[in-house]
Design a protein. Structure first.
Length: 192
């Protein structure tokens, strides 16, 4: 009987972990570098601090105090083919009905990143939320991984005295460096 209860509980948790997106856990809201907000509750919307909104945005990037983006070409089109450039300080929204005018505007204002354009089409602050959701819904994977990370860190400190030439220390430094890089990229989402 106990085995049946365990199997039913495990099956319930497995099914629940795959259905969490149905109940609205995929809705998100994030603050832009200029202090405005982009959210996705029914469609992706940019809400400026002055109350103006730009709905149905598809993908965008942040550069030099601006949000530059393209429309959502699928789904619910409230503003079809609406290319945009938004000044985050003055809240001025420039929209374009075609890509040529939009690109000309970007070039004339110097809003094309020189090294790396970081396009977003979803929440760019996912690390903490993702870790929490993963830990909660996939605890049967996350708990052993957390335990393994603890063992690696313990051995790096006790057996290797955190010597950077030893394998446990290198592994723990690599893992924490990776988390630090992802965290920094979320805190500074601007293009370069």
């Amino acid at each position: 009987m106990n085995n049946l209860k365990f199997n039913l509980t495990f099956l319930f948790l497995l099914v629940a972990s795959y259905s969490y997106s149905i109940v609205g856990l995929t809705d998100w809201s994030a603050t832009t570098p200029g202090g405005n907000e982009i959210y996705d509750f029914s469609n992706k919307t940019l809400r400026l601090k002055n109350g103006d909104e730009l709905e149905n945005i598809g993908k965008w990037y942040f550069y030099s105090g601006y949000i530059i983006g393209q429309p959502n070409f699928g789904g619910y089109l409230t503003n079809p083919k609406l290319y945009f450039v938004v000044n985050e300080q003055t809240y001025k929204i420039d929209t374009f009905s075609n890509q040529v005018d939009w690109k000309n505007f970007i070039e004339s204002r110097g809003l094309q990143p020189k090294i790396w354009t970081r396009w977003y089409d979803n929440d760019w602050v996912e690390l903490i939320d993702g870790i929490l959701l993963f830990s909660f819904f996939y605890f049967y994977i996350s708990l052993p991984l957390l335990f393994l990370l603890g063992i690696i860190l313990y051995r790096a400190i006790t057996l290797e005295s955190f010597n950077t030439r030893k394998p446990y220390t290198l592994t723990s430094l690599f893992i924490f460096s990776l988390f630090l890089l992802v965290w920094l990229s979320e805190k500074f989402p601007q293009s370069i």
